[in-house]
Design a protein around this ligand. Structure first.
Ligand code: SF4
Length: 237
């Protein structure tokens, strides 16, 4: 099967969810923890039917589905099936996205309850994180944010902090005018990485990450830190 279902109580905060990891992505983040998903395989009819059956048989145990990846919007026509099934069953729907697909986001936005979007770096500095990214990354991400906010869907923006790739000033720069409901800084984990060199990098100290967040000048109402040591911590809000 080209789509991996996993049950989680963490991916949709406060809810039990079925997370669907779809294949393919248009970025190649050096720290990507799901390199096995980067090949853009097509979803087969069989994949879709299997997932629909999985959702159907676990309807009583879950509150939400989470569309994750990879980049789920590479399969927008297929994921519309899952969204319709979820909505018909009164389940919540969360989308995890890299923000590079505003047109596809617009197609499904009315059925989304929550979007978690990666902001990898200041929008003109994606070269720090990935060798592959669209020329118009900045414009695409701004458009996606506007679509989400215009439809009043809860928006969490997230950045993974790798000390060798980002600096504290990058976090200040990217959050300064970021229009989202929640911002989460994620501690880099060195267990599985697309670029094998990163597995030799140390994971940043959570105290160092907390200091970055405490000094931020931003109007984002809620700021969080996610680390191996302390889980998901509220820093502001
Ligand atoms: S956007 Fe996510 S799935 Fe895609 S390469 Fe980056 S970390 Fe991996």
């Amino acid at each position: 099967m080209n789509i991996q279902p996993t049950y989680s109580s963490l991916d949709y905060p406060g809810k039990m969810s079925l997370v669907l990891f779809t294949p393919g992505c248009d970025l190649r983040c050096k720290y990507c923890h799901n390199p096995q998903l980067l090949k853009n395989q097509q979803l087969t009819r069989w994949d879709i039917e299997e997932i629909e059956a999985e959702v159907e048989s676990n309807m009583d145990f879950i509150d939400a589905i989470v569309l994750s990846g990879g980049e789920p919007l590479l399969h927008v026509e297929d994921i519309k099936n899952f969204i319709k099934q979820a909505k018909d069953s009164d389940l919540l729907v969360k989308l995890d996205t890299n923000g590079l697909h505003p047109d596809e986001t617009r197609e499904i936005i009315k059925d989304l309850d929550y979007v978690a979007m990666d902001i990898k770096a200041p929008l003109d500095k994606y070269y720090k994180i990935t060798d592959v990214y669209p020329k118009d990354t900045e414009e695409l991400i701004r458009k996606t944010i506007n679509i989400i906010n215009d439809n009043n869907v809860f928006l969490e923006c997230r950045t993974t902090y790798v000390p060798q790739l980002l600096e504290p000033s990058d976090i200040q720069e990217l959050t300064a005018n970021l229009d989202c409901d929640r911002y989460t800084l994620q501690q880099f984990r060195n267990r599985v990485t697309l670029d094998a060199n990163l597995s030799n990098y140390e994971e940043p100290n959570p105290e160092f990450l907390r200091e970055i967040l405490e000094k931020l000048e931003t109007n984002i109402p809620e700021i969080r830190l996610k680390s191996r040591q302390f889980g998901n911590q509220l820093i502001k809000g």
